[in-house]
Ligand binder design. Structure first.
Ligand code: AMP
Length: 403
């Protein structure tokens, strides 16, 4: 039997998520999380079949986190030798202007990611820590960086440039990069294979609607526009993020509240969106429940979200010159018939959508489904996303020299 394995890693500043796949066929073997890195009560989790291991212990740094993962994999016999992990893919949030696809994680890639720290001070240093920890533990593995922004690099200037003084855009690389690119790419590839096979000049709108949410307009498998901006704060309303607003709201609130730009930034990132408008929760399950109890603020938040998503769908319909398929995905898009309907109701007249209500109601909990009827001018599908698998697929491609 082929012992080779592939690992997908998502390293944050105090956490490290991992998923291990068989090389052949990319079947999931196990996964887990190291959390509260830097604390005495760090958490190590491993999910392996029916087994759910959890340990609380001091985890001073990412190196210790990786040591815990590899020791557990060896102890449980999941991995015979750590060298069996032949390829490792690291999720990296910001690839800036440098990366339009996944890249071998070498010194040059590391240097560029470090250079991009001002664009993503929260994640970039953590990605590098995760990379070093694995590199030290398994130096022989083919290691790659998979960027959230890479898939959006096909956007043209008209779509990514902000109308601020041009010299500032250039000097500080201040432009739209988008995010969730790995998810949008996975969805587009799945959608093309499943629903638009053999068709040329394909036009897809992918809606990744989770606690973070973004849309992408994809023509012939290439992104032409996406809703997130310089950072993941832009675009549609989200769990705690405002999405697009008049920029003067920042100035106005800073003046009225006597707070600093970073405090306003915090307010728009962490206290807005579903949480801020509903006053209930950032989790749409709670807001949806309150909606059906006729809670006014829950109704307002839900309608605001649906309007913004529908508006982007309309914008991208124009941008693409039509649309063959709308895809819903991520936590809300995959699990909530209610929010899908709320969005589609606001787009159906203009786009000639005909939604199969029964199919919509049945599509949740990881089910893939076409939820439009044959009468619909645009197909609508629910496709569960899988960013880790995409990362593992790229890691395999790199190992085989196909990246
Ligand atoms: P994600 O960021 O893709 O993991 O999505 C997480 C968000 O999806 C949660 O905060 C909820 O708002 C939403 N969500 C997850 N599961 C459900 C569900 N069963 N029904 C409705 N919304 C859900």
């Amino acid at each position: 039997m082929d012992q080779r394995l592939v690992m997908a890693v998502n390293a944050g500043s105090s956490s490290l998520k991992y998923k291990l796949y068989r090389y052949e066929g990319l079947e999931v073997v196990c996964g887990g999380l190291v959390d509260r890195i830097g604390h005495d009560d760090g958490i190590f989790k491993l999910n392996y079949g029916e087994e759910h291991l959890k340990e609380i212990l001091p985890i001073p740094d990412h190196d210790k986190g990786v040591e815990l993962i590899l020791d557990a994999l060896l102890k449980k016999g999941i991995v015979k030798d750590k060298k069996d992990i032949v390829a490792i893919g690291h999720r990296v949030v910001q690839g800036g202007k440098y990366f339009s696809k996944s890249a071998i994680f070498d010194e040059d890639t590391e240097k560029k990611i470090a250079e991009l720290i001002p664009l993503d001070p929260l994640h970039a240093p953590a990605h590098l820590m995760g990379y070093h920890a694995f590199k030290e533990a398994i130096p022989e593995a083919t290691t790659i960086a998979v960027f959230d922004t890479a898939y959006h690099q096909t956007m043209e200037e008209e779509d990514y440039l902000f109308p601020i003084p041009y010299e500032l855009s250039r000097k500080y690389d201040c432009r739209r990069y988008g995010a969730h690119g790995t998810s949008h790419r996975y969805l587009a590839e799945k959608a093309l294979g499943s629903y638009l096979k053999g068709q040329t000049d394909t036009k897809i709108i992918t809606c990744h609607l989770g606690s973070g949410a973004s849309l992408a307009a994809i023509r012939d498998g290439k992104v032409v526009a996406t809703s997130m901006g310089l950072t993941p704060l832009g675009g549609v309303m989200m769990g705690t993020r405002s999405g697009d607003i008049d920029p003067s709201v920042s100035y106005y609130l800073a003046e009225r509240l006597g707070i600093s730009p970073s405090e306003v930034y915090d307010l728009l990132n962490k206290k807005s969106g579903f949480l801020g408008v509903s006053g209930i929760s950032n989790d749409t399950r709670d807001v949806e429940e309150a909606y059906f109890k006729a809670d006014e603020r829950a109704i307002r938040a839900s309608n605001l979200f649906a309007r913004r998503v529908a508006d982007y769908i309309g914008q991208y319909y124009v941008r693409l010159g039509g649309c063959d398929l709308i895809v819903f995905s991520a936590g809300i898009g995959e699990n909530s018939p209610f929010y899908r309907k709320l969005v589609l109701d606001r787009a159906k007249e203009a786009l000639g959508l005909d939604v199969d209500e029964a199919a919509n109601e049945k599509a949740f909990a990881g089910k893939e489904a076409l939820i439009s009827t044959s009468e619909s001018k645009v197909k609508v599908a629910v496709i569960p996303t899988d960013e880790e698998k995409m990362i593992a697929m790229d890691a395999v491609a790199a190992y085989e020299g196909r990246l």
